[in-house]
Write a protein that binds this ligand. Structure first.
Ligand code: S3P
Length: 461
């Protein structure tokens, strides 16, 4: 058994993402994609399983944990806050937790690397405890807005001891042993924000309520209920939710099975749709209704996506998807779908580049504050590949080449794993290969991307 460590080399042997040298990579069109692929464990659920393990009393076991750098950072933070975190084998971990209210003061800076989710959720955890912690990460993380988290935490009694300009990392917080119960309407549809408030509310003597106008992924709510918290979620308005958590539950350690990440499966899914002759089965894809906006959209575009063996695993809807090359057509993607596919727009833009006609993706303001400014990065990547596109307000409009994309460009990835993988997938079907300036960040979410895609027939060099 290996303890989770917070140093530069992780239990799976990957060097810390933001210390890795840039690794250019190129993808060219060779052969159809064929065969089966199981994407790695869901990143959102992986972070949460470790965090809930920390906050529960007893031993939580986790199967199928994503061993990407982002999640390993969260494992290291859980150790720094007092949990005993051990890796038993590939994807198999156990966490001996401390219980709500009993976390330790971390000795060092909590370094989250590239991970916004780990940072923001842990700010909530620390916020509900009378401890001080400093949150920091790589150049990408240091650009991301944390004010959205610090504002509600301040209302709950958390003190922001220091922050970089505009509420950015490094941020030092002193949490409260008695966070005030609040009712908070989130100004942006963000599961990270919702989760930070709920996690801080765990140690509140009263009820914490979060209201969201657009429902975001509900993994925190589901997992809190699974670990024994009393939490309700009811519809609010046309697309929203009102979530109420009773403070100070006794969380009990559980066994967690992590389903395959639909945001990682998305790359093989789009690859199979755009590379002629492809026929791929993606196994164990989580089909949580708040995560499948991409699949809905690709079906509307005419994608051949067959759902096989639908089942429930680890409390989530799961299915195998058979995906075949398809002639896609442009569609209008409504803004209210954005939270259910927020991480999938870069790869949807790649699908749109191969479609016939225009695809308009509406309401993408949040893409500007992801691991990179994804709206700008996608537009620049499409430009490099010779794909007509424009940004109008917060909408991205892509004019497809009816199965043909020139390609041949070099894409700047800006420390963003999803920009890297999306444009490599484009290269599998474009006339000329696509190159990216740096593939090293792919290890944050999908360490086996290259060998997994190569097994399907992709060629990278
Ligand atoms: C995540 C929520 C999303 C998503 C991120 C993971 C989560 O961010 O982009 O990759 O696990 O809660 P926002 O909640 O900020 O939209």
């Amino acid at each position: 058994m290996q303890p989770a460590d917070s140093g530069a080399s992780s239990p799976s042997g990957h060097r810390s993402a933001h210390h890795s040298p840039a690794k250019p990579l190129c993808a060219g069109a060779e052969a159809p994609l064929k065969g089966r692929l199981r994407p790695p464990g869901d990143k959102s659920i992986s972070h949460r399983s470790l965090i809930l393990g920390l906050l529960a009393k007893g031993r939580t076991t986790i199967q199928g944990l994503l061993e990407g750098d982002d999640v390993l950072r969260t494992a290291a933070a859980c150790s720094a806050l007092g949990a005993k975190v051990e890796r038993l084998g590939p994807g198999a971990w156990q966490v001996d937790g401390c219980g709500v209210g009993s976390l330790l003061q971390p000795r060092d800076v909590l370094d989250f690397g590239n991970a916004g989710t780990g940072t923001r959720l842990m700010m909530g955890v620390v916020g509900g405890h009378a401890i001080e912690a400093t949150f920091d990460g790589d150049a990408s993380l240091r650009k991301r807005p944390m004010r959205r988290i610090l504002d509600p935490l301040t209302l709950m009694g958390v003190k922001v001891l220091s922050e970089a300009e505009g509420g950015r990392c490094p941020v030092t917080l002193r949490g409260s042993s008695e966070p005030a119960p609040i009712e908070y309407r989130t100004p942006v549809p963000s599961a990270q924000l919702k989760s930070a408030i709920l996690l801080a509310g765990l140690n509140s003597p009263g009820r914490t309520t979060v209201i969201e106008t657009e429902a975001s992924r509900d993994h925190t709510e589901k997992m809190l209920a699974y670990f024994g918290a009393s939490i309700t979620s009811t519809p609010d308005g046309a697309h929203g939710r009102r979530i109420t958590l009773e403070g100070r539950p006794e969380l009990t350690a559980r066994d967690v099975i992590v389903p395959a990440d639909p945001s990682s499966g998305a790359f093989a899914l789009v690859g199979a749709l755009i590379v002629p002759g492809s026929d791929v089965v993606i196994e164990g894809m989580m089909m949580n209704p708040l995560r499948i906006g991409l699949i809905t959209t690709l079906c509307e575009m005419g994608g051949s996506i067959e759902t096989l063996n639908a089942r429930i695993e680890g409390g989530e809807d799961v299915a195998d998807l058979r995906v075949r090359h398809s002639a896609l057509k442009g569609v209008d993607v409504p803004a209210e779908r954005a939270p259910s596919m927020i991480d999938e727009y870069p790869v949807l833009a790649v699908a749109a580049a191969f479609a016939t006609g225009e695809t308009r993706m509406r309401g993408l303001a949040e893409l500007r504050v992801k691991e990179s400014d994804r709206l700008a990065a996608v537009a620049a990547g499409l430009d490099a590949a010779g794909v007509a596109n424009r940004i109008e307000g917060d909408d991205l409009i892509v004019t497809g080449g009816a199965g043909k994309v020139a390609g041949g460009g070099m894409v700047a990835t800006h420390l963003d794993h999803r920009i890297a993988m999306s444009f490599l997938v484009m290269g599998l079907a474009s006339d000329k290969p696509m190159a990216i300036d740096d593939a090293s960040m792919i290890a944050t979410s999908f360490p086996s991307f290259q060998p997994d895609m190569e097994r399907l027939g992709a060629k990278f060099e």
